[in-house]
Design a protein around this ligand. Sequence first.
Ligand SMILES: [Zn+2]
Length: 294
Amino acid sequence: MKKNSNLIFILLFVAILSVGVLIGVIAGTHLFDLAFPQETISDSLESTSDSQSTGGAADKPMDQTPKKMIALTFDDGPSTANTKKVLDLLEQYDAQATFFVCGENVTVSTRSVMRRAISLGCEIGNHTLSHKDMKTLSEKDLLKEIRETNEKIALHSGTDYQCKIYRPPYGNINLAAMNTLYDNGIRMYSVHWSSDSLDWEYQSRYKKGEITKEAAIDGAFQTIVNETSEGTVILMHDIHEITPDILKLVLEKYTAEGYTFVTVSELFGLQDNAPKEAYFKRYRSTSSILDTTK
Ligand SMILES: [Zn+2]
């Protein structure tokens, strides 16, 4: 009897040790870029004024992912003409991307492009129903913006597609909004970006006649190049005329350099059911994206 209980103790000890090691391995890989505790977020906010360095877990840059992978992301669509051009290029280069769609753009007329994106292995994310600042919404409106978009994506996908991620419009999000979603059963990751093409700004300058189309395309491309390395999340918009041309340059350059283009979920190894306060932070020098004061 004594021998048996000793054996049970030893087995129990080994089991606990194994779980501990397993948690350590998971934390060291997939959860590397996730930020949870509030004090870590506060620490990181203090350090954001002085660039991309230092701090706790929240300050780990996205580009520390150890493989040559880039996540291309396209916001504000789908649009019939431009999203189609983007998908043609992705298919040509055997690349996957993530589309953060606005619910009000997901309709009978755009669902074929969304379905094609899914069939090419791309990911669909939620960019709210009507491109609202999530920090300013009432609880009721916040839930409506996220839930109705998820429902429209699921309905029009034809495959009951379930979104794992959302991108707050303007990058505006805070813990209060994140917790409202979580407390109401929404288990999604908030995903920002680490390289901003500024395609919308270059498009606007081109349309105003301030610069040529070629200069606009090249300007946005150089902006991306300056901020892109392994593990970067690139932000573009599949509603602008110049964006497919910018994308072509990006695909050419980084394919030649041996990069693969993956979805956000693949880049970060995201599982279903995001934990509480799970977000991927933007990494630009002077911006602080998570306002914890509201
Ligand atoms: Zn947007």
